[in-house]
Design a protein around this ligand. Structure first.
Ligand SMILES: *[C@@H]1O[C@H](CO)[C@@H](O)[C@H](O)[C@H]1NC(C)=O
Ligand SMILES: *[C@@H]1O[C@H](CO)[C@@H](O)[C@H](O)[C@H]1NC(C)=O
Ligand SMILES: *[C@@H]1O[C@H](CO)[C@@H](O)[C@H](O)[C@H]1NC(C)=O
Ligand SMILES: *[C@@H]1O[C@H](CO)[C@@H](O)[C@H](O)[C@H]1NC(C)=O
Ligand SMILES: *[C@@H]1O[C@H](CO)[C@@H](O)[C@H](O)[C@H]1NC(C)=O
Ligand SMILES: *[C@@H]1O[C@H](CO)[C@@H](O)[C@H](O)[C@H]1NC(C)=O
Ligand SMILES: *[C@@H]1O[C@H](CO)[C@@H](O)[C@H](O)[C@H]1NC(C)=O
Length: 923
């Protein structure tokens, strides 16, 4: 008999350890409570964790071992400790940028043997110490930009044999010779040194030729001298020297014109260079094919281009140069240019023959200038493929403006002031594929496209002033695939408005004034048989009942795959029962934010191929809002989103026959129970998101909790903000079903797990009591309890509003408060028991109870609360030790004794006398 008993206990202990593993993984979520964790979809085991902008002051820990990508940027972390990244050997990408790190323990990164990208930019690091990067043998990208770097210690880069890119931009480095450790990296390809304090660049400061370096950025250094006496960069392809030379007296010396002849891309923008120096410099860059000369001062552009336009030059940037007029002499030396960028000048006038010489020009960008009309000046560019004229002040387009531009593929005219466009304007653009006319003032397109462009594939008219779409407006655009008409004022769509667009797949009509009347006649979408995606969200479509429509609007769209009708501004309210008729191939249906209260059983009867259904932010509060029958015709449904719909139950899934459902999102609802039957009806479920629901913390959910923890098929997200809730549920589960065999194992496990915490408590305790209460009790706490206990009895109390460390995770604060206090006093009211954080406080204290065998909990009942409403902790605790609780005196009753008892309860030694728990006597 005895032996049998022991065996049983061992096996339950084993079972418990299994569950504990789960708890460990889940408690990882503790300090990561606000982070976004991308779980593996098909259980690849890898995690991506985003913890940016969380006000962390320390690296959150523990971090799961299987993290491959960790982003803790934009926090307030000051230092990195030795154990912060311990065991994270799977980590590949680590971003700790935008913190306040000034100190990194020398071995802190040494476990990150697989790290490839390390971003430490925007911190306060002053020194790269010898050991900092030690062991990061796989590191290929290192960002230390925007720090306070002054020193890079010798040997600090010695083990980084795979390093390819180092970014040291924006630091306080002053001498190239101090970069020695970086320049020793054998395979470095990209080195960014911009925005430091280098005054002199002298090749003799670099000891030997630096093979392999392809990109060097020295921009924004206050250089006075650039001297090359040796060919130290034999492979350099990209050199950025922009914003370097701020005086005309700078000293340029390049011993041999052949030294930099590998450079293909050169940026000399925003420098002060003398005209004769320019001559000299250009001789060394004779093979450059792409050059930026933006924001140069003191040059006549004509002189500049005479020197800069070498026969090899193909791309030229002349941005921010205050050009007002483009004349016919200017580009004469640049006859072989393919690309010319003139962004952000003040060009309002272009001579007729300005571009005569640029016969090879394929890309011309004159965006952000002062053009009002083109006067046909661009006709002479027969090879142009890309023409960017956006952000000008063009009002009218003439018939000859784009004449001859037979090769044009992309034409950008957005953000001008165009009101009407005549049919002749685009007639020659036989090869045009993309035409962007968004953000103009176009009132109508009737007539504009009667002659093409016949090969146009994408037409963007978003954000104009279109009020109606007439019959056959786009008929000639046979090749059109995408038509954007969002953000207009379209109210009327005439029959056959889009007719002829046989290749149209995407039609955007969001944010217009479309009403149910606009769609009353199904011929509005006739003649466009291949539309795959239609967006009519954010309009004014609204129906008063689910009654069948005479003429369902989408009847011709049998190829439609995606339909968005979400967010109608008056609320759609009712989906007519045959609204989706004809959509036999519909796969994704977005019907969120429509104030729908229920769905007619026939809603989906013509959409048998539906795989994704978004019904979020509707109002399904009524128990019969969703019925199994609604879903029966769409048994192929793969993903359904029901967040924020006031759902009280998922019972409609029983009998709904959703045997293919893999993702069910129902966060932020009023779900209390998930029963076994529901889950059994979803055999393919892989992700179940039930975050932010009001689960009851009692045994009615035990089946679900157990399943959520144990099943290895479905990833269940159902924590509110902390995994403590799960613990509550688990403990409740154990309490009800497994009882004391498990408590023993539980005790052992916690004792083993929490020795860190125990150390903290072993000697010095900061407080006598941590007072845990609901905010509604604050007046009583501040006016009576604190003055009594602190003032009269001299106790040291920990109060959350006063003593919690700001910026630290709440749960950490709670744990610290409890472990730094002799006792935890819970002021229990109905509200207290409802509040999540307060019950965490009981939970942690209960933990400590088992962990240290110390009874740290003092319960003070401020209201009468029936026993059965108390949390399982309380009940569990009651089994462990005889209850010690106090009742606050009712008004008029004597208070002296109460305060005395409370003081004694706080001061009594906390060791438990009866350790019968260990012997399992209470089973
Ligand atoms: C986590 O989010 C909650 C709610 O948004 C916030 O109050 C709390 O300060 C956040 N915690 C941290 C550590 O940022
Ligand atoms: C280098 O750092 C600068 C400044 O922070 C940043 O703007 C740039 O994008 C970085 N470049 C690379 C390649 O990391
Ligand atoms: C077109 O002609 C008008 C009137 O002569 C002139 O003001 C404008 O600058 C010209 N546009 C260009 C691009 O030259
Ligand atoms: C420039 O264009 C001419 C005629 O179109 C062509 O023969 C020549 O190869 C082009 N040259 C370059 C460098 O593109
Ligand atoms: C429509 O698309 C098909 C398939 O991409 C293409 O072969 C056909 O030429 C297109 N029709 C027109 C009129 O562009
Ligand atoms: C729809 O429009 C067509 C063409 O204008 C017209 O013949 C038909 O009567 C209209 N149908 C309805 C139901 O209004
Ligand atoms: C789960 O709920 C359904 C619907 O309310 C009910 O029919 C079924 O009996 C319940 N199953 C269990 C195991 O409680």
């Amino acid at each position: 008999m005895k032996g049998g008993n022991i065996k049983m206990r061992q096996s339950s202990a084993f079972f418990f350890i299994l569950n504990c593993c789960v708890i460990i993984t889940l408690t990882d979520g503790f300090s990561l409570s606000n982070c976004t964790i991308y779980f593996p979809f098909e259980y690849s085991g890898h995690l991506k964790i985003l913890c940016n902008r969380m006000s962390y002051r320390k690296i959150p820990s523990p971090l799961p071992h299987n993290t491959v990508n960790l982003d803790i940027s934009y926090n307030a972390i000051h230092q990195i400790d030795e154990r912060d990244f311990i065991r994270l050997s799977n980590l590949i990408i680590l971003n700790i940028s935008h913190n306040r790190i000034s100190e990194i323990h020398s071995n802190a990164l040494s476990d990150l043997t697989n790290l490839e990208e390390l971003n430490l930019s925007n911190n306060k690091i002053k020194t790269v110490t010898t050991k900092l990067l030690n062991g990061l043998a796989n590191l290929s990208h290192l960002r230390l930009d925007s720090n306070y770097l002054e020193t890079i210690e010798n040997q600090s880069f010695a083990t980084l044999s795979n390093l390819r890119l180092v970014n040291l931009t924006d630091n306080k480095l002053k001498h190239i010779s101090k970069l020695h450790p970086v320049l020793q990296v054998p395979h470095l390809e990209e080195l960014y040194l911009g925005k430091n304090g280098f005054r002199v660049f002298n090749s003799s400061d670099i000891s030997s030729a630096f093979f392999g370096l392809k990109k060097l950025d020295l921009s924004m250094n206050p250089l006075t001298a650039f001297r090359m006496t040796e060919n130290i960069f034999p492979d350099l392809e990209y050199l950025d020297l922009s914003s370097c030379f701020q005086t005309y007296t700078s000293n340029w010396f390049i011993l041999d014109k052949a030294f930099l002849n590998t450079v293909k891309t050169l940026n000399l923008s925003r420098n002060h260079i003398e005209v004769n120096q320019l001559d000299y410099i250009m001789q060394s860059f004779a093979s450059v094919t792409w050059m930026a000369l933006d924001g140069l001062k003191g040059f006549k552009v004509e002189t500049l281009l005479q020197k800069a336009c070498s026969p090899s030059l193909r791309g030229l940037h002349l941005e921010d140069n205050r050009l007002f007029v483009l004349n016919d002499r200017m580009f004469r030396p640049c006859a072989l240019l393919n690309e010319l960028h003139l962004r952000n000048n003040k060009v309002s006038r272009i001579y007729k023959s300005s571009f005569d010489h640029l016969v090879n020009l394929t890309e011309l960008r004159i965006q952000k200038n002062d053009l009002t009309q083109l006067n046909g000046t661009l006709q002479v560019l027969p090879n142009l493929r890309v023409l960017d004229l956006h952000l000008n002040r063009i009002k009218n387009l003439g018939c000859s403006d784009f004449a001859n531009l037979m090769q044009l593929r992309q034409l950008y005219l957005h953000r001008n002031q165009i009101v009407t466009i005549k049919a002749c304007v685009f007639k020659d653009l036989g090869n045009l594929e993309e035409l962007i006319l968004s953000s103009n003032r176009v009132l109508t397109v009737s007539g504009t496209f009667t002659h093409g462009p016949q090969n146009l594939q994408c037409l963007d008219l978003n954000n104009n002033k279109l009020g109606a779409i007439q019959t056959d407006s786009f008929k000639a655009l046979h090749s059109l695939r995408t038509l954007r008409l969002a953000d207009n004022q379209i109210l009327n769509i005439y029959p056959y408005a889009f007719a002829g667009l046989i290749n149209l797949t995407d039609l955007h009509l969001a944010s217009n004034k479309i009403t149910e009347k606009s769609l009353r006649n199904h011929t509005v979408f006739a003649g466009t048989p291949n539309i795959r995606s239609l967006d009519v969200s954010c309009n004014y479509i609204s129906y008063e009942s689910q009654e069948e429509l005479q003429s369902p609007p989408f009847i011709f769209l049998s190829e439609l795959r995606v339909l968005k009708i979400n967010s109608q501004r008056r609320g759609l309210s009712h989906i007519p029962s045959n609204f989706l008729k004809g959509l036999t191939n519909l796969q994704d249906f977005y019907a969120g934010n429509l104030n729908i209260e229920n769905l007619h059983v026939d809603t989906f009867s013509s959409t048998p191929k539906l795989t994704y259904l978004d019904l979020s932010s509707n109002n399904f509060a009524n128990g019969n809002a969703l019925t199994p029958k609604v879903f029966q015709p769409i048994s192929g449904l793969n993903k359904i989103t029901l967040g924020r719909t006031h759902l009280k139950s998922l019972d409609f899934l029983v009998d709904a026959n959703l045997s293919s459902l893999t993702i069910l999102r129902a966060s932020t609802n009023e779900l209390q129970l998930i029963n076994q039957t529901i889950i059994e009806w979803l055999p393919q479920l892989k992700v179940l998101d039930l975050q932010n629901n009001s689960f009851t913390c009692d045994c009615s959910n035990t089946w679900f909790i157990d399943w959520a923890v144990k099943n290895n098929k479905t990833q269940v997200l159902y924590l509110n903000s902390s995994s403590m809730v799960i613990l509550t549920l688990l403990i409740s589960f154990f309490y009800h079903f497994l009882k004391w065999q498990l408590v023993y194992a539980y005790y052992l496990f916690l004792a083993f797990l929490n020795d860190k915490k125990r150390k903290q408590t072993s000697n010095h305790l900061e407080y006598d009591a941590f007072i845990s209460y609901n905010v509604q009790e604050e007046p009583w706490v501040l006016e009576e309890l604190v003055p009594k206990l602190e003032g009269q009895h001299g106790l040291r109390l920990c109060l959350h509003h006063r003593d919690f460390q700001p910026g630290k995770a709440i749960i950490d604060n709670i744990v610290d408060a409890i472990y730094n206090s002799r006792k935890t006093v819970c002021l229990i009211t109905h509200n207290y028991l409802k509040s999540v954080w307060c019950s965490h406080e009981i939970q942690v204290a209960s933990f400590r109870l088992f962990d240290e065998q110390k009874d740290v909990l003092v319960l003070v009942f401020l209201e009468d609360i029936p026993l059965h409403q108390l949390s399982p902790y309380y009940r569990m605790r009651k089994l462990v030790k005889k209850q010690t609780y106090l009742q606050r005196p009712k008004p008029g009753e004597e208070t002296q004794a109460f305060w005395q008892k409370l003081k004694m309860a706080i001061e009594t030694k906390e060791d438990m006398e009866d350790r019968q728990i260990l012997s399992g006597k209470y089973v």
